[in-house]
Each structure stands twice: as C-alpha cells, then as structure tokens.
Design a protein around this ligand. Structure first.
Ligand SMILES: [Ca+2]
Ligand SMILES: [Ca+2]
Ligand SMILES: [Ca+2]
Ligand SMILES: [Ca+2]
Length: 579
C-alpha cells in the first residue's frame, strides 16, 4: 500500500526540532533591572526618535565678554528650565573656544525649537544640538540599540508582551561589552554578496524591507517559465526552494526562518530596523518546515544538499533531535566535503545530552548566552543545552530580529509582525553563521575546519558551571586574528608609499588601507588616500598617495585594516611623489 508506506516513512517527523523556546510573557527573564543612572549613552539609546543628537542638552557659543548672567538670556534659561551650564573647553580663555557652553535642559525638551530661540539673540554666536557622532562601525539602523548581542553598552531595552490580553512591558539590560564586538568587526569586514548563507528553516519573508535586498538570487534560472534552466533539478528556483511543499516559493508562514535570516544578514545601514551580522552577504531561503513547524528528515537532508550544490558557503541549522539520523549525517558530510561551513543549534532543554546535527564532528554546535554572558537557563527544564560536544556559545537570550510583514503562525503565540524579540539557541546559531560569512568574505579560501577553529579560538569568557564551548563568540577577535599576519612598511625616498604584506596563510580580499599625511611647514599638508587590495598568502602590494608637494616635518600614518604604522618625519622633506 503506497499510502501506508508513505505514512511509515513520514513517521520520522521532526517537529520538535525547532530550537526556539515558546515562552510566554511570564517566564521572560525578570530582567527588569532598570538602570536608574542615566548616562549620556543611555540617554542616546532611549531617545530613538531623535537619534541624531543628545536629548536634554545643546551647545551655545556666546559673544566675547558676554555671560549668561549678564545677558537677557537669563529669562530664556528660566523659560526652558536650564539646570546646568558647563563650559565645553577647559583652559580656553582668550581663544575662540572660550565661551562655548553645554546647556542642560530636562530630557524630552524640544531641542530643535529651543536652539532656534537661542540662536535669535544678539549675544549668541551660534546655538546647535549636540549631534551624535557615531563610531564608524555603528550602523544607522534605527533599532540597532535593541541589539545588545552586537553592541552592549548596558543599555536598557524595552518591549511589550501580552499576558492574555494584558500588555506587559519588559525591560532588561546587560553587562557592557557582553557582546560579539560587531562594530569593531565591521571596521574590518561587512561582508561580500558572493558569500551565501543558507537558512534551512521555515522559509523567509523575502519581501521584508530589511531582508529583500540580501536574498540570494539564482541568476542561472529564468523565473516562471516552468523550465529548469540551470538543470539543477529544480524548476524556477530563483531564490531557493520549499522542501516542505516541494515548490519554488520558500515563503515563511511560521516566522522562525525570517527571525534567523535577519540575525545572520539583515540589510544593514539602510536607516531601518536592525543590523545583520553580515551586512552584505546573500541569504538563501531553503524551506523545510511548514507553517506549523513540522518537517521530515528526508526533506531536511535534501535541503542541505540543495544548499551545498547551489553555492551556499555557510548553512545555518536551527533545529535538531537527540536521536542521530544517518541521512542527516550523510547530508552534513556531503556539504562539508564541498567546503560548506555548517552551524547548528545545541537545543533548549537545559540538558547535557548530545543533540544532532549540532553534535556531529563537521558541524559547529552553538549554545546560548544572555546579555550578562551567562548561559541561558531560566528554569530547570529550559535553557541552553551543554556538554563537551558543544563548540561555541553565542548570544541567544532575547534577540531582536525580523518577523514576517504578514500574519504567520508565530503571531498566534505572542510575537508581533515586522520585528520582535526571541530567545533560543535557534537565534545564537545564525549569529555564528553570520560571523563565519564575514570570515569567508575576508578569506574565501578558508576551509570549514579553519573557520570553525578561528571561531572557537577567538572568544570571550562566559559564566556557567556547565561547558558550552570554548567561549562566547567574538566577531572582532576572529577577524583580527585573520588580519594579524598583515605587515605594513612605509617605504620610498621621494614617495609616500607603503608595502602591505600578508605574512599569513590566508588569501585576504578587500584589505582596507589608508595613508594619511599631515604636517609640513605651517601644517599645509593634510592628505588622506585610501583603497582596498587583495593579498594572497605571502603576497606584498605597494600602495601610494597621489603627488604631494610640501616641505617640512610631517607625520605619515599607514593603516591596513587593524594594523597601523606611523612615521614621524624628523627631517625636512621635499616630496614629489610617485608617478
Ligand atoms: Ca563590545
Ligand atoms: Ca533550476
Ligand atoms: Ca525557470
Ligand atoms: Ca536594517
């Protein structure tokens, strides 16, 4: 009986597999430790609508020999409840920097309008908001401050959940720097579209404005013509495949895959939503779970093979089971032999039992930590799995990510559309996958084993009495390790040039370099040039400025990603540089 056989085979249902804790509001970490001390940074993060400048303060420069007390500005100060005035520069008397004040008013004051009022007074040279200067690596995505996992300043993060129909506001904060140092890592690498991360999950909302630009595109396939143009065995698979319903539309009807996708590779620095770990990598949706979170191992195996055959460099697997499945082991080894990095969730049952595929040798098993770098274990029966078989820990406890822009099954639980917070090793896994993709963007020649050892070697400590891997993921340390073999030498007699050498075993792409020259007589030389070079292992390349003419004592600094060398010219030099 065909039907009977089909049912028997499909007994291997793995619906338990998806590694997310469907926790209700009541069991969310009672992390309501609201930091009463409002530092400037916290003020900045709380003020998400006026993110361009510090709330509750602005800058005023007064004319020479004018003070606030002598001026009609006193009335204006009273009107706007100015409670503190401080000079910005110390020891600046008699210079143009004298008489510049930071003016403090209550948080919530309308700074742009107040600034205009001050600027109209004759005694005021200028008045302006105290604009936020971002670290270069801090992206402009408006809710980046929710992503403690990427950059943790101890900021208070708030969101709403429903206990039945009662809304509950959840506040939590963590330990500064309990994060993967993403902004620092992004100074080195933000990802390459040629590097593909396959999300083997419930599909992806590929229309999400924070995902759509990064969705993998099978350029060898003509959409909608009913023909398998690239002869890969799948008709019209222009953006992945749905192995749950066996069609070319991997649309997420559950929500889980969209959450994983955003963590690994949300479109970043696009002014909206969140940042992905890998800003520019391609995300391949490979659907194995249907809208209820059920799927079958044979389809999962086929999905892993599809990803490996169609250009995935990294496969993120946020599922598993305590029973090893030979077909999955075979599929994992097939992908590994093709050079694919495989990451999988360690599971959320607070157990030491091996969980598969995470526990397979060729897979990186990912456990989860919270905003204080502790292993997530909310109660005896839920929390991160642990044990010697776990390779690495990554943030997983209350992670902000993309949700589908339409109604999905997980909205029936408690999650809202577009973006929400979730918890689970499911969400630690794509974070590791994203860092693996950053590494492969920098050095496409790395083998899966090299990626795994770089990830596991360059970590931060976690707090747990259980073993959850060598440490907590640190994207910066991983990339910095790769770049540490770079050497910079400033060379040339008449020319400002530098030789950048890759002394390591990695073939590095897009090494960012910069030469900055300043000084000369009267400080007239001030020039910065930059670019990128590819450097195979052992290779050297010469980079240089355009012509610079000048005379005098100068400072030359050359930087290649994190490696910097500076030479201070002690002698008078005349330049007529290079070409
Ligand atoms: Ca940090
Ligand atoms: Ca095809
Ligand atoms: Ca086609
Ligand atoms: Ca974004």
């Amino acid at each position: 009986m065909f039907l009977g056989e089909e049912v028997t085979m499909k007994n291997k249902i793995v619906g338990i597999g998806i590694c997310m804790l469907l926790i209700a509001a009541v069991v969310l970490p009672a992390a309501g430790t609201i930091n009463e001390k409002v530092t400037r940074e916290n003020k900045f993060f709380e003020n998400q609508t006026n993110i361009e400048f510090a709330p509750g303060e602005f800058i005023v420069k007064l004319k020479k020999d004018t003070t606030f007390s002598r001026s009609p500005l006193t009335a204006l100060n009273e009107k706007h409840q100015v409670y503190a005035l401080e000079k910005v520069f110390k020891n600046a008397e008699g210079t143009i920097l004298d008489n510049i004040y930071l003016v403090h008013v209550p948080i919530g004051s309308n700074i742009p309008s107040i600034v205009k009022e001050y600027a109209m007074y004759p005694d005021v040279v200028y008045a302006e908001p105290n604009a936020v200067v971002r670290l270069c690596g801090i992206p402009n995505d408006v809710n980046f401050s929710n992503q403690w996992s990427l950059h943790n300043t101890g900021q208070v993060i708030s969101f709403q959940r429903f206990l039945g129909k009662i809304p509950i506001k959840v506040h939590f904060s963590g330990t500064p720097d309990a994060d993967i140092d993403a902004p620092e890592a992004w100074e080195i690498e933000t990802g390459n579209p040629d590097v593909v991360i396959a999300i083997v999950d419930s599909g992806i909302d590929y229309t999400h404005p924070d995902l759509t630009a990064n969705i993998w595109n099978n350029t060898d396939e003509i959409p909608g013509n009913g023909i398998d143009d690239d002869t890969n065995g799948f008709i019209d698979d222009v953006m992945g495949w749905d192995f749950a319903y066996h069609d070319s539309d991997p649309k997420d009807e559950l929500g889980h895959g969209t959450l994983c996708a955003g963590i690994a590779g949300a479109v970043t620095n696009n002014d909206i939503g969140m940042a992905g770990v890998c800003w520019n990598c391609s995300i391949m949706p490979v659907q194995v779970w249907n809208e209820t979170g059920w799927g079958y191992w044979d389809d999962v195996a086929a999905a892993i093979k599809y990803a490996a055959d169609n250009g995935a460099d990294v496969i993120s697997m946020s599922f598993g089971d305590y029973e090893s499945q030979n077909i999955i082991l075979d599929a994992v080894n097939y992908a590994y032999d093709k050079g694919v990095v495989l990451c999988a969730a360690a599971g959320n049952d607070n157990k030491g039992t091996e969980f598969y595929p995470a526990a397979y040798e060729n897979v990186t098993a990912v456990a989860m930590t919270d905003p204080k770098d502790k292993r997530v274990h909310d109660n005896p029966w839920s929390g991160s799995n642990y044990g010697e078989w776990v390779d690495i820990a990554a943030p997983g406890g209350l992670i902000y990510s993309t949700m589908p822009t339409y109604h999905v099954t997980m909205n029936d639980e408690y999650l809202v559309q577009n973006y929400d917070f979730v918890l689970g090793t499911s969400f630690a896994t794509p974070m590791v996958a994203g860092v693996a993709a950053l590494l492969l963007s920098k050095d496409p020649s790395l083998s899966p084993n090299e990626v795994k050892s770089l990830l596991c070697k360059n970590v931060d400590p976690y707090y747990s009495n259980k073993y959850i891997g060598t440490g907590r993921l640190n994207a910066y340390k991983v990339l910095a390790d790769l770049m540490s073999d770079i050497e910079v030498n400033i060379t040339g007699g008449l020319g400002i040039q530098a030789v950048i050498t890759n002394q390591g075993t990695s073939n590095l792409t897009d090494v960012n370099w910069q030469i900055h020259v300043e000084g000369g007589i009267l400080g007239l030389i001030n020039k910065t040039v930059n670019g990128t070079v590819n450097l195979n292992a052992g290779e050297s390349k010469t980079v240089s400025t355009e012509k610079i003419f000048g005379l005098g004592s100068i400072v030359i600094s050359v930087r290649a990603d994190i490696v910097e060398k500076t030479v201070k010219g002690k002698q008078l030099l005349i330049f007529s540089i290079v070409k």
